[in-house]
Ligand binder design. Structure first.
Ligand code: NI
Length: 209
């Protein structure tokens, strides 16, 4: 298994709509293993979508518990949300936006179907962090990013570190195709994590997506 490079905004692959998996071949199994290792290697990460490692295929790995127990570890292929509860605004982060957090409205409970790594179709009902995470990751598979989901750059887009020379500056109008600049790889590991927490509870440890 290998730890893969996680693409950062505004890499154009992050904007692509991923294709459904049609073959459960060795290449898919290797991608699952590598994405799993990549997710666990990223400090605080609770989920990863294939497009974040440059593969435009509808595959997500998710674990909102811990690397040690892997209690809620899931491999989710061709996921589809079939039922969603009312929305609540939560704060979340993304490995592809290591310097920002966003306030985003998401359903607090969702039911979805997905195939596992052996091709078996399963149905899950999840809530809380896991519900937010699956919505965030399915967005990635559709080329939708955190910045598309906020209501206001002023109030819902939060910088995670003081202004520095390595910080990326962008607005909702930033072009994404021909102006890609590789972000610095020298950020401390802790800065590459992302958080998800209720806005009203600043002390709650949050999850990376
Ligand atoms: Ni993300």
């Amino acid at each position: 298994m290998s730890v893969l490079k996680v693409l950062k905004f505004p890499h154009p692959i992050l904007r692509e709509k991923c294709e459904p998996v049609i073959s459960w071949d060795n290449r898919l199994q290797k991608l699952i293993d590598d994405m799993t290792e990549t997710m666990y290697a990223a400090y605080g990460s609770v989920g990863l979508a294939a497009s974040q490692v440059g593969e435009t295929t509808r595959l997500i790995v998710l674990d909102t518990t811990s690397k040690t127990t892997r209690e809620d570890y899931k491999v989710l292929i061709n996921p589809t949300i079939v039922e969603a509860s009312r929305n609540k605004t939560m704060r979340e982060g993304c490995l592809s936006f290591p310097e920002y957090l966003a306030n985003i409205k998401r359903a607090t409970k969702v039911t979805f179907t997905a195939f596992d790594r052996h091709g078996e179709l399963k149905t899950y009902t999840v809530q809380g962090l896991e519900a937010i995470a699956i919505q965030h990751e399915i967005d990635h598979l559709d080329g939708v990013l955190m910045i598309d989901r906020i209501s206001s750059l002023k109030t819902d887009w939060i910088r995670r570190q003081p202004k520095g020379e390595t910080a990326l500056e962008f607005t909702q109008n930033t072009p994404t195709g021909n102006t890609y600049v590789e972000p610095s790889e020298s950020q401390p590991l802790a800065m590459q994590s992302a958080l998800v927490a209720p806005i009203s509870d600043p002390n709650r440890r949050s999850l990376p997506l």
